[in-house]
Design a binder for this molecule. Structure first.
Ligand SMILES: Cc1cc2nc3c(=O)[nH]c(=O)nc-3n(C[C@H](O)[C@H](O)[C@H](O)COP(=O)(O)OP(=O)(O)OC[C@H]3O[C@@H](n4cnc5c(N)ncnc54)[C@H](O)[C@@H]3O)c2cc1C
Length: 431
């Protein structure tokens, strides 16, 4: 009997899932195989990322999905380009449904899988995306993509999105054997509960308790005023449609919708310019002189350990190490410090965030870094240099946040901000 496959990737949920609904409709009452492929390049024992908090969040979300599927998730290890066609051949599958992937790695992987499936007479069927509006959809009057956020977000809202899709009834095929790799969730920070139910609970709590005050308090790291939904969006344990459906036209809701739009904007930018992940976007800014010698490495390590002597910077870096998360305002401050007080390449910071963040997302992270560095599309100008002490006074006036991450205290400042600010501006004037 031929079987339809739904191959889960960054969409680890059952509700509001276009590709799953399409697979269920195509199966028309017949069984569906729910597959996840553990790529050893990402999670193998020798991989640096295998024991990261992000990997644990992924494994926890898989365990939760498997539970919701009554133990019917097929988890196979290997390269997707080998595993998926081999399974499709064995099960005589003609259709492998997936949520479209628009990031550079996913685009390459899917092209390879599609071509191999094609050889055996099967099809990769991308349906939907991890976004309210799929990257590449929003274009301006002359048919090209937007380079500036505000007109993009306006066009994005005008384009609109559908309402959440109900969970389909699926007759799952029982896996032939238990997963190749154990995927019991290991310990995670308290805030990071993995899985679809946890995501929906987090959304409910945010809407009931904090959304009304979001516009006023979202920049205050001492308050738990934001949604903390970023990790769930990253792994697709919730779809942005489900989140957006809870918003009305009030100011706080509007503010929150704008933040979700930034995620969609950066995904769109990366889709059109895959190289912008690691390459400085503005050609002129590529000439900016950065320090990369051994002394620069030492300064980087001090920053990463949270030992710069600037409490807001250090509190942020300590939160990142402990929780795999950092408040958005503080992300901007620590990034500015690395780039403009320490004169290091923004890519060093982006790479470190990639290792540490549970919500790491190539588009949001690397364009977030380019925004602060003044090198991206619609970025803050380079000469806008955050003063870490003034930022603390403004956004953490009671010291709630820096006290929380005080630990053994904060040392003397490693640099003089006024001096380094002048140095940064001098380097800017040289180009
Ligand atoms: C240097 C830097 C690196 C960043 N790296 C990442 C990353 O790897 N992954 C990531 O998801 N976000 C990243 N961000 C954006 C932002 O900091 C996080 O999305 C946010 O802090 C997550 O917390 P939250 O879910 O409580 O956000 P909320 O304030 O509740 O916002 C709701 C959602 O909107 C989206 N969002 C909010 N702000 C932004 C933004 N500035 N850019 C893009 N999307 C946004 C996120 O999906 C977020 O979950 C980065 C920002 C900077 C300045």
């Amino acid at each position: 009997m031929s079987r339809t496959i739904i191959w889960f990737r960054r969409d680890l949920r059952l509700a509001d899932h276009e590709a799953l609904s399409a697979a269920a409709a195509a199966a028309d009452g017949d069984e569906v195989v729910g597959l996840f492929v553990l790529d050893p390049a990402l999670l193998g024992a020798d991989s640096k990322r295998a024991d990261s908090k992000r990997a644990r969040f992924l494994l926890g979300s898989l365990a939760a999905l498997n539970k919701e599927m009554d133990g019917n998730l097929w988890v196979l290890s290997g390269k997707p380009a080998e595993v998926v066609p081999a399974l499709a051949t064995r099960l005589e599958t003609s259709d492998v449904f997936v949520t479209g992937d628009f990031a550079p790695f996913g685009v390459r992987r899917d092209a390879e899988v599609a071509s191999r499936l094609d050889h055996i007479g099967a099809r990769l069927r991308p349906v939907g995306s991890p976004y309210a509006v799929a990257p590449g959809t929003i274009v301006n009057g002359s048919g090209s993509n937007y380079k500036v956020f505000t007109p993009f977000s306006r066009a994005w809202e005008q384009h609109g999105w559908g309402t959440p899709i109900a969970q389909p009834v699926v007759a799952w095929t029982r896996p032939e054997r238990q997963p190749d790799e154990p995927y019991t969730p290991a310990e995670l920070p308290e805030w990071a509960k993995p899985g679809e139910r946890a995501a929906l609970d987090a959304l409910d709590r945010f809407v009931d308790e904090r959304l009304a005050g979001y516009g006023k308090h979202r920049n205050e790291p001492g308050l738990d005023a934001t949604s903390r939904l970023s990790a769930h969006l990253r792994f697709g344990t919730i779809h942005p449609r489900t989140i957006l459906a809870r918003l009305d036209q009030s100011l706080s809701h509007e503010r929150f919708r704008t933040e979700v739009a930034w995620r969609e904007f950066y995904a769109d930018v990366l889709f059109h310019q895959p190289k912008s992940a690691w390459e400085t976007m503005q050609p002129k800014m590529r000439m900016m002189h950065c320090d990369i010698d051994a002394a620069a490495r030492k300064r980087f390590d001090q920053w990463a350990r949270g030992e710069t002597g600037f409490p807001l910077v250090d509190a942020g870096m300590r939160q990142l190490l402990a929780e795999g998360f950092m408040h958005n305002r503080v992300r901007m401050v620590v990034a500015s410090f690395l780039i403009k007080d320490l004169h290091l390449p923004w890519q060093w910071g982006a790479q470190y965030f990639r290792e540490q963040l549970i919500d790491f997302d190539l588009a949001s992270n690397n364009h977030g870094w380019q925004w602060v560095a003044g090198t991206g599309t619609d970025a803050a100008p380079y000469y806008r240099i955050f003063n870490p002490s003034a930022q603390r006074d403004k956004f953490d006036p009671e010291g709630t946040y820096v006290d929380r991450w005080r630990g053994d205290g904060y040392s003397e400042p490693m640099v003089d901000h006024a001096v380094e600010r002048a140095e940064a501006l001098k380097r800017l004037s040289e180009i």
